[in-house]
Structures are given as C-alpha cells and as structure tokens.
Design a protein around this ligand. Structure first.
Ligand SMILES: *Cc1c(COP(=O)(O)O)cnc(C)c1O
Length: 232
C-alpha cells in the first residue's frame, strides 16, 4: 500500500474509533511520524494531504528540513527526547515540542523562543511506566512543573504526552492512556490551556482514542517498517 492509501485508511480507522467512543473525529489529529524515513516520504505524505508531522531527532530533522522548506502550511513537532544543548536548534526548527520532560528544558526553550519572537507550544511527557528506557517526568512532579511553567512567556504548556510500554496487545496500554487523561483532567482545572493528549501509536491508537487522545502519533502504519541504518 502506498503512503497515500495508508493515510486514507488511517483516517477511516480514526473515524470508526471516534464513532465507537461517541466522539467527533475532528477532535483527533493524525500525526505522521516520519523519523528514519527520508524527506521524500514526507513529501509524498504532504502530497496526499498530510500536514502534521512528528520527528524524533533535532539533527535528523535539520538535515531533512532543507528539502522541506517549501511546505509552508505543514507543521513539524519534535516528539523525541531533547537534550539541553539542542534547545536552541529545536526552538528554531520546530513548530511545537511535544516531549518536554523538565522545567530546565522548558525554560531553555522559552529563552530560545523569546529570542526569535516565537510562541512555542509544548507538551509535557509523563512517564507512567517503570521501564528504564522511557522518558518523561514522574506524575507526582507534574503540578510543580506546571505551576513553575506559568512564568514562561514564549512557551505555553498545551497538553500531556506519554509512551506506554510496547505490547502486541493494545489493551495493555489502556490503563496508561486512562491515567494520562486523568492527569490532564486534573491539570486543566487550574491550567485552562492544557487540553491536548498526545497518545496512541500504530498498534494501539484506537484504544487511545477511546481514552480521550487528541493526537495519535502514527509511524509504521503510514510509512512502513523503519529500517535503521546498521551500526558500524
Ligand atoms: C516512533 C514513535 C511513534 C510512532 O510509532 P509507530 O509504532 O511506528 O506508529 C510515536 N511516538 C513516538 C514518541 C515515537 O518515537
């Protein structure tokens, strides 16, 4: 199946999941996760009408972005972990940073965005699983971080994001999605802009939609399997 066909199919599947959950399909954005795939794949998705993209690494996207400069109405979000020495570049290149996991990174992004007179929406990544490999802040730290982030002027926290442990069975992810939603519902009482829930990937997005996702991040089901370059 082509990238264009995959996008059409996914939109259908998102609509079906929304109907099942009694939600309006306009409430759920489809983000095409293009990490590892070449800029040509992004262009192909763009031709098919896709406008929202997720990239994992600042450097990788910087290389691709030279080819993508013409896509004025597309938006690119950073969804991978961000090191503090890359915050300037990230604030320059991306339209939003969806995996902020410390106040320090949020502050650095704020300074970088302010220097560019840019408003930068961010999501806070919450670590709900106990896997070593996962990033994000502990849920207990969220209220303090959100209160401190109120002082930032060029960065605004607009939602939460999480990556549950990988599993063949999408149902395994449900409790993680439900917990992120609970945290969002709690936080939005005092932070009215904090409405977004970035959760759900190729294998579990229908479950994430049932649990309130507002953005599903889909890579494999659009672009095919990622073939990582062999490490020498
Ligand atoms: C790679 C990645 C995705 C997409 O995963 P697929 O299983 O290929 O859909 C989504 N979110 C994050 C944070 C990722 O790193």
């Amino acid at each position: 199946m082509s990238i264009a066909e995959n996008i059409v199919r996914l939109k259908d599947e998102i609509a079906v999941a929304c109907r099942r959950a009694g939600r309006n399909e306009n409430e759920v954005a489809l983000m095409a996760v293009s990490k590892v795939h070449p800029a040509e794949a992004i262009l192909e998705a763009y031709e098919a009408g896709q406008r929202l993209f997720g990239e994992n690494r600042v450097q990788e996207y910087e290389q691709k972005s030279t080819v993508l400069a013409g896509l004025k109405d597309a938006s690119f979000h950073l969804i991978g972990p961000l090191q503090s020495n890359k915050t300037n570049k990230a604030a320059e290149l991306f339209d939003a940073i969806d995996a902020v996991d410390s106040l320090r990174i949020a502050q650095r992004l704020d300074a970088a965005a302010e220097a560019r007179s840019k408003q930068l929406p961010i999501l806070i990544e919450v670590k709900l699983s106990h896997e070593e490999s996962k990033h994000g802040i502990a849920p207990e730290e969220l209220p303090l971080l959100l209160d401190a982030a109120r002082d930032l002027r060029s960065v605004e926290v607009v939602g939460l994001m999480t990556v549950p442990p990988w599993s063949e069975d999408a149902e395994t992810a449900r409790p993680y999605f439900r917990e992120l939603r609970r945290l969002r519902d709690e936080a939005v009482k005092t932070h009215s802009k904090l409405t977004q829930l970035s959760m759900g990937m190729s294998n579990d997005f229908p479950v994430a939609i049932e649990e309130g996702s507002t953005c599903v991040r889909v890579g494999t089901a659009i672009f095919g399997k990622r073939v990582y370059p062999a490490v020498p």
